[in-house]
Design a protein. Structure first.
Length: 519
């Protein structure tokens, strides 16, 4: 179908020539009412093309679907539809191959694509805007972009979760100190620590998936704010763009940016989790702890101190987690006082979103790489995990198991701990007392302590191993689903398929040349 675009465009050019060539990219969209051209300073402040050109694929896909809908509604003829589709395809090819030489003096991506179209096919290009507005256009473009961005974020998250689950399985039985208040608390395993982050990441994946369900609505056909006077099937239009359904209220549709907020929130929370992981690893990789060592290729050196191995990747993750909170609150503040419906403030929604998507693309692979090359110093962790301060609770548990009320046991053991500290001895060296038996003291054993934490979700090595195995199975399923989602979404978010399938449909039925007529 794509091959025939040459013919279409020959037709388009002939039509254009009849109307006389004009450099349309130099005109602007709303000149009619104004006697003076826009001031340079206005343009510098107002124009968004420098960043919203990022939406050009989505804008073309939206225009393809709209042209087809206009054809079906007999607003344009089948032949005109073909010409518009062919020219849009050419613009897409231009974008993908050479890129655009310049944007003329166009304000934004929507006016640019339309002007580019006009350069190829002349005034027919102006018919494409029948019944639509840049307000429903930008809402649609952004929604298409966001759905793809959410899928990408989710897949990055699955990647990091997988690396952690692999570590968890391998280190399910590797004891390490567990902390509360960053004070040694109870023995856990390194695998259990990994699985804590897997749990957070799985919730993040779930958040991305559920937000995708809410986002799956097409604003196109909402017009500027009141809907469109054209008799067109918005359900079909939504499906043509790969959406599940059309939006329900035109006023809301052109001004709603909930998906953008939810995306920023989900990424901010993801980074909140990754920032905690980063902080743990920064601490664990210090000389003082020495639990882990960062892989050389994901660490940096110091220009002055030759012994340094710096955790820059982790620090940047932590830093960006803070900055993302700013992106999120910035967007929330942008939206909070806007009267219905569209306001130009909404133009400022895009840059934080683009920055966030770019950040994910850089940060998540770096983090996955760092984690997969992480060296775990099992012996150091084992030694630290064997300290009295971590195992004292085990003695209280042992006493409680033979009938001493736990509160009483706690009191006795804590006094014993203070005594041992005063004498600079370990609890074992101090030996049994009236209340603490030799048998209770045998509880001061790392492996024994670990093996007793058998509750579901606990740190007993067999539990951790089972949890890691289950997580890996879940991750494989999520990956399968990702594959499926990617394949399905291609028609929605990637213009070539949207166009190709659209053209196929046009040729099959809706745009038979006899049927379509301009009213
Ligand atoms: N560049 C605009 C934006 O990003 C497109 C919509 C313009 N609509 C308008 N009524 N001025 O929001």
């Amino acid at each position: 179908m794509i091959d025939s675009s040459d013919n279409r465009n020959a037709l388009g050019r002939a039509l254009f020539d009849r109307h006389g060539a004009k450099k349309m990219t130099q005109t602007n969209l709303w000149g009619g009412r104004f006697q003076k051209p826009p001031a340079e300073a206005l343009k510098r402040f107002n124009d968004s093309i420098s960043f919203d050109i990022n939406l050009v694929e989505e804008d073309i896909a939206g225009s393809v679907a709209w042209a087809q809908a206009l054809g079906r509604a007999h607003v344009i003829t089948a032949a005109e539809t073909e010409i518009i589709l062919g020219a849009l395809h050419e613009i897409q090819i231009e974008h993908r191959t050479s890129g655009f030489a310049d944007f003329g003096n166009q304000e934004d991506v929507h006016s640019f694509v339309e002007a580019r179209l006009a350069e190829t096919i002349g005034p027919l290009a102006g018919r494409l805007h029948t019944g639509r507005s840049r307000n429903d256009q930008v809402a649609t473009d952004l929604r298409l972009w966001l759905c793809q961005a959410v899928r990408t974020a989710r897949n990055h998250t699955v990647d990091v979760a997988e690396v952690l689950a692999i570590h968890a399985q391998a280190e399910a039985g590797t004891p390490m100190p567990g902390y509360t208040h960053l004070q040694q608390a109870e023995v856990i395993t390194f695998g259990h620590w990994c699985m804590a982050y897997v749990a957070m990441l799985m919730r993040d994946v779930d958040r991305f998936d559920s937000l995708l369900k809410r986002a799956d609505e097409c604003p196109l056909g909402s017009g500027a704010l009141a809907g469109t006077p054209l008799d067109l099937d918005r359900h079909r239009l939504a499906r043509a763009l790969g959406f599940d359904r059309p939006t329900e209220n035109s006023l809301d549709a052109v001004s709603d940016r909930d998906t953008a907020v939810e995306y920023l929130f989900a990424v901010t929370l993801l980074f909140g989790h990754m920032s905690r992981l980063a902080e743990d690893l920064i601490i664990y990789s210090t000389q003082e702890f020495g639990f882990v060592e960062l892989p050389d290729e994901y660490a940096t050196g110091s220009s002055r101190m030759p012994q340094k191995k710096n955790p820059d990747v982790l620090e940047l993750v932590r830093g960006h987690a803070g900055r993302l909170i700013g992106e999120l609150t910035g967007l929330l503040a942008l939206l909070k006082g806007l009267p219905l419906a569209y306001n130009k403030d909404l133009q400022l929604d895009k840059e934080p979103l683009f920055r966030t998507a770019a950040l994910l693309n850089d940060a998540m692979p770096a983090l996955a790489g760092l984690l997969s090359g992480l060296k775990v110093h099992q012996e150091v962790m084992y030694e630290k995990a064997s300290s009295d301060s971590l195992l004292a609770t085990e003695i209280s548990d042992s006493m409680a198991a033979r009938g001493v009320p736990f509160r009483e046991a706690h009191e006795i053991v804590s006094k014993r701990v203070a005594e041992a500290a005063k004498l600079k001895m370990s609890l074992r060296e101090l030996g049994p007392s009236v209340a603490i038996t030799e048998r209770d003291l045998r509880a001061l054993d790392v492996d024994l302590a670990l093996s007793r934490k058998t509750s579901f979700g606990g740190s007993a090595p067999w539990r951790v191993r089972a949890a890691a195995k289950e997580a890996k199975t879940k991750i494989a399923v999520l990956r399968g689903a990702a594959q499926l989602v990617q394949d399905e979404s291609r028609t929605a978010a990637q213009a070539p398929e949207a166009m190709r399938s659209g053209m196929d449909r046009a040729d099959e039925n809706s745009f038979s040349t006899e049927g379509g007529q301009t009213p």
